[in-house]
Design a protein around this ligand. Structure first.
Ligand SMILES: NC(=O)c1ccc[n+]([C@@H]2O[C@H](COP(=O)([O-])OP(=O)(O)OC[C@H]3O[C@@H](n4cnc5c(N)ncnc54)[C@H](OP(=O)(O)O)[C@@H]3O)[C@@H](O)[C@H]2O)c1
Length: 336
């Protein structure tokens, strides 16, 4: 049987168990040009929350009555598409289900299986997460040695890698995160120069100014809202803001106000630029090779939480929004 988690209703705010229905269906057969994938891991990504809404996005909304879309890692069990064979390790956007039909057109990629790394890392540090940090910081942020890089959601899967790449580039790395424990982790174990707990800060602007005495040259934006507003007040002339995401608004039931300090982009002749990691697909090989090298040299560390069990998928997904975990979250639904 094919276990599936079906999107029944568009969530109103934080997704509820009643928005998602567990179903069992027959294992599908691949058609001409298609591949049947046995999903092994689901990647927990904040973007999934946006795909659940019927609002303009970079992907069509998940149709009601179908399984929740997700980046996954799995093995090909049957192939009728050129370039894929049984047993290939593959990753792409499939769904919260045991078996998915996919194809080259859907962006299913064959992963190298000879790197000798835990498979889950293809979803994290050597997957979309690490690549988002890599291309977002280096291509969009373009940090120069000696500059200051500030990153929000800094103990998250993307932010924690951003700060470490900033250090490798010779920058000062400052992170904003939601607990003292997270702040300790990014400074003491990941090598960030300073960290700010936005939940206990009396003035985020003052705390950013203290942690970034030479101002902010690159602000890697993951969160939006008040944190973006505070960062805007601390920019240097010609600062760059790679706009990666705005997680603080993803579950909001009302339009998110602000940013109130947007005018600072004019004052500081600064640039803010949205980017999407799928646009870099042709350069993924370059990014994975560089990240793997930095890992082997001990210059990039990462944390991941692998939660076992298909039945734990929704609860694990919600942990992205309550800040209770650091690093990358994945759900393992089957042994390889
Ligand atoms: N553009 C792209 O191609 C791309 C690709 C991947 C991810 N993204 C975006 O990158 C951002 C980070 O993603 P991720 O996968 O690395 O997630 P993540 O940071 O691993 O997990 C989410 C973290 O965000 C923080 N957070 C949650 N709600 C918040 C709020 N209301 N205010 C402030 N912080 C909040 C929490 O940490 P605290 O305890 O610190 O609050 C939480 O642990 C997201 O906005 C995501 O959509 C974009």
């Amino acid at each position: 049987m094919n276990r599936q988690l079906i999107l029944l209703k568009r969530p109103n705010g934080t997704p509820a168990a009643s928005d998602i229905e567990y179903r069992e269906s027959a294992i599908p057969e691949p058609g001409e040009g298609e591949v049947l994938v046995r999903n092994l891991y689901f990647s927990m990504d904040p973007a999934i929350r946006g795909w659940m809404d019927d609002a303009p996005n970079y992907r069509p909304a998940i149709p009601l009555g179908t399984p929740v879309h997700s980046v996954t890692l799995g093995r090909v069990v049957a192939s009728r598409a050129e370039g894929y064979k049984e047993g290939d390790l593959v990753s792409g956007i499939t769904a919260w289900e045991d078996y998915s039909i996919s194809s080259p057109e859907a962006g299913l990629g064959v992963m190298p299986s000879d790197l000798g790394i835990p498979l889950s890392q293809f979803l994290g540090v050597l997957g979309p997460t690490g690549l988002t940090a890599y291309f977002g910081l280096l291509d969009v942020g373009q940090p120069d040695p000696g500059e200051t890089v500030l990153v929000s959601a800094a103990a998250g899967s993307v932010g924690s890698i951003v700060g470490q790449i900033a250090k490798i580039q010779g920058c000062r790395a400052v992170g904003i995160a939601g607990s003292d424990e997270k702040c300790r982790w990014i400074t003491e174990e990941l090598g960030f120069d300073a960290a700010i707990n936005y939940k206990t800060s009396a003035s985020l602007v003052e705390d950013i100014q203290k942690a970034c005495p030479a101002g902010v040259d690159v602000y890697f934006e993951n969160v939006g809202g008040e944190i973006l507003d505070a960062a805007l007040m601390c920019l240097n002339v010609a600062a760059r803001i790679p706009f990666c995401g705005a997680i603080s608004g993803y579950n909001s039931q009302v339009p998110v106000p602000g940013p109130y300090n947007f005018w600072q982009l004019v004052v500081k002749r600064a640039r803010i630029e949205g980017f999407l990691i799928p646009d870099y697909a042709e350069r993924f090989g370059e990014g994975i090779a560089q990240l793997a090298q930095w890992m082997s040299e001990g210059r990039i560390h990462h944390a991941e939480h692998v939660v076992d069990g298909f039945e734990n998928t929704l609860d694990t997904f919600l942990k992205l929004f309550d800040g209770s975990r650091h690093g990358k979250l994945v759900v393992r639904i089957a042994e390889d």
